[in-house]
Ligand binder design. Sequence first.
Ligand SMILES: NC(=O)c1ccc[n+]([C@@H]2O[C@H](COP(=O)([O-])OP(=O)(O)OC[C@H]3O[C@@H](n4cnc5c(N)ncnc54)[C@H](OP(=O)(O)O)[C@@H]3O)[C@@H](O)[C@H]2O)c1
Length: 225
Amino acid sequence: MVASFLFTAIKQFTEILYFTTTININRMKIIIVGASGTLGKKVTAALKDKHEVITAGRNSGDVRVDITSVSSIENLYKQVGKFDALVSVTGSAHMAPLKDIKDADFRKGIDSKLMGQVNLVLIGQHYINPNGSFTLTSGILSNDPIKMGVNLSTVNGAINSFVIGAAVDLENGVRINAISPGVVEDSPGYFEAFPGHIPVAMDKVVAAYIKSVLGAITGKVIEIH
Ligand SMILES: NC(=O)c1ccc[n+]([C@@H]2O[C@H](COP(=O)([O-])OP(=O)(O)OC[C@H]3O[C@@H](n4cnc5c(N)ncnc54)[C@H](OP(=O)(O)O)[C@@H]3O)[C@@H](O)[C@H]2O)c1
């Protein structure tokens, strides 16, 4: 009876130990690019108490990085070394009527929000620990457009497709997801540009990032309405 109880207890303890070490839910080393931003600061606040969070931004954070520069991203990973999760809550694009947009304007979103985040993965895959994760940010404009948002619609759609394609190729159990929020309640300055859109509560936004980082899903686009 006692032996049976002990056996069950040891088995359960071993399973929990295996589970926590396999997916690193104890204490992860998490890089958050864009940590000082509207979304980034809420995501950072939710993760920093239980994990080693390294904040990064162009003009702020523990480490400086400009995602439009490949050498700057390489420098970020060289400074941080091995890590368990990368959360990107950054990237900009060009807002203008289609009739006014030229090649150079359109490339702003491609170079920043799209290739910036793609390069965080292309370079980061060589530094990330097994069973780690990448979480990128796209946005609802990929399928629910607004006026003057064609550059963002395009790059958001590409980020979603990148995540779907990359998920089946990433090695060593590394996961990748995209978070696709609607306009968020902490960005009232954008509300006029989003007529009829109901701003998304920040706790729902944060929960999506937590699900991607601490959960088990991969290759998903998490839409937050
Ligand atoms: N706000 C919304 O309603 C909303 C809705 C859907 C999707 N999104 C998407 O969510 C992401 C974050 O939006 P946000 O509103 O939180 O933006 P935000 O408040 O402007 O913050 C941007 C963050 O990115 C950093 N950053 C800017 N340029 C950078 C660069 N070239 N390299 C590295 N870091 C850079 C900024 O830090 P530094 O100032 O230190 O550089 C800052 O921490 C964007 O991709 C946006 O399109 C936002």
